[in-house]
Ligand binder design. Structure first.
Ligand code: FES
Length: 107
């Protein structure tokens, strides 16, 4: 099972293992990770599941889609070059061990 390292805005880390095919947003909810609100439940329409993805693995995920790109311009915290919406990031062995930072605020 691929692992995700969640890094909170206070610097604390939590590692979870998930089934391949699970989105990072769903993984956070399943494991009680705080800071990912996910208001829309993963339908790419709220921008409250914003994360910063470890640069070295960021390109292994599917590229940013049009709706995601538009929503990333509306995030509560600054959009950076490694900003993604975690509901659009699907886990698999190709991104095993990826580190994702959770921004300080989602709203
Ligand atoms: S959960 Fe709403 S955009 Fe990701």
């Amino acid at each position: 099972m691929p692992k995700i390292v969640f890094v909170s805005s206070d610097g604390s880390e939590e590692t979870v293992a998930v089934d391949a095919g699970t989105s990072i947003m769903s993984a956070a909810q399943q494991h009680g990770i705080e800071g990912i609100v996910a208001d829309c439940g993963g339908s790419c329409s709220c921008a409250t599941c914003h994360v910063y993805v470890e640069q070295e693995l960021a390109d292994r995920f599917d590229p940013v889609g049009q709706f995601e790109d538009e929503l990333l311009d509306t995030t509560a915290c600054e959009r950076l070059c490694n900003s993604r919406l975690s509901c659009q990031l699907v886990m698999g062995d190709h991104v095993d061990g990826v580190r994702v930072e959770i921004p300080e605020s989602q709203m």
